[in-house]
Design a protein around this ligand. Structure first.
Ligand code: KIV
Ligand code: NA
Length: 263
């Protein structure tokens, strides 16, 4: 089967909601691949997979390794890989060089980068040169040191015009979709109505054209998930029960059993 394409995602504006999850890992990505329109190899992997306290320290090589794992593990969904902090902000040329590495080494279908108006020139530079870009505005975790933490955006109505401008400008610059993260519902609704590309919400209400969650959060692996996460599974509890049972059986020598032994 052929993968879902960037234009197919863009064409979903205002239509059937776009389904997306993050994945960093071949076996989980293969499951997500059956149901998601696109899979994001998010730089949240620094926190989720590697225990970092923010995404600021995530290296490009790590994004590429996890991007390769997810592309290998999937066949249907579009795979989008996050550009990590420090690999694209300086100039469009620098962004192109690093985005091209991601595309060539992972065979993903698009990259995502954080920032609105300030990244418009870069978004245009990349898309005009063959690299599809998903934008990401609102709460942008790579700027958490400037924002003073992870703060919901748009609580003050005076800030709405700036966020609306960010959304308009990234769409005009050629982004094929835009993630709205951590944003009050009325602002997400206004932006979704105002622009011609799909909005993908995370903590930004059902007014968006699609939704994304961090897989480990919705599976119940994060002991303290953010408020906007609906926890659909209890993987943490299931893993603990399995590990506990294994430990007990090893100690009492009831594992391995007959079926697990070479005779
Ligand atoms: O890194 C990530 O997982 C993301 C999503 C939360 C949108 O950027
Ligand atoms: Na990210």
């Amino acid at each position: 089967t052929r993968r879902i394409t960037v234009p197919q995602i863009a064409a979903r504006k205002g239509g059937e909601p776009i389904v997306s999850l993050t994945s960093y890992h071949a076996h989980t990505a293969a499951i997500v691949d059956k149901y998601a329109d696109f899979i994001l190899v998010g730089d949240s992997l620094g926190m989720v997979m590697h225990g970092m306290d923010s995404t600021v320290g995530v290296p490009l090589d790590l994004m590429i390794m996890h991007g390769q794992a997810v592309v290998r593990g999937t066949q249907r969904a579009l795979v989008v890989v996050d550009m990590p902090f420090g690999t694209y902000e300086e100039s469009p040329q620098m962004a192109f060089r690093n985005a091209a590495r991601i595309m060539k080494e992972t065979h993903c279908g698009a990259v995502k980068l954080e920032g609105g108006k300030r990244m418009a020139e870069t978004i245009r530079y990349l898309t005009e040169r063959g690299i599809p870009v998903m934008a990401h505005i609102g709460l942008t975790p790579q700027s958490s040191n400037v924002m003073g933490g992870f703060k919901t955006q748009g609580r003050d109505e005076d800030s709405w015009p700036l966020h609306e401008e960010d959304a308009r400008v990234v769409a005009q610059a050629g982004a094929f979709a835009v993630v709205l993260e951590g944003m009050v519902e009325p602002l997400a609704a206004r932006i979704t109505k105002q622009i011609s590309i799909p909005t993908i919400g995370i903590g930004a209400s059902a007014e968006c054209d699609g939704q994304i969650l961090v897989l480990e959060d919705m599976l119940g692996l994060n002991p303290k998930p953010p408020k906007f996460v609906k926890v659909y599974g209890n993987l943490g509890g299931q893993i603990e029960a399995a590990v506990k049972a294994y430990a007990e059986e090893v100690k009492e020598r009831s594992f391995p059993e007959e079926d697990h032994v070479y005779r």
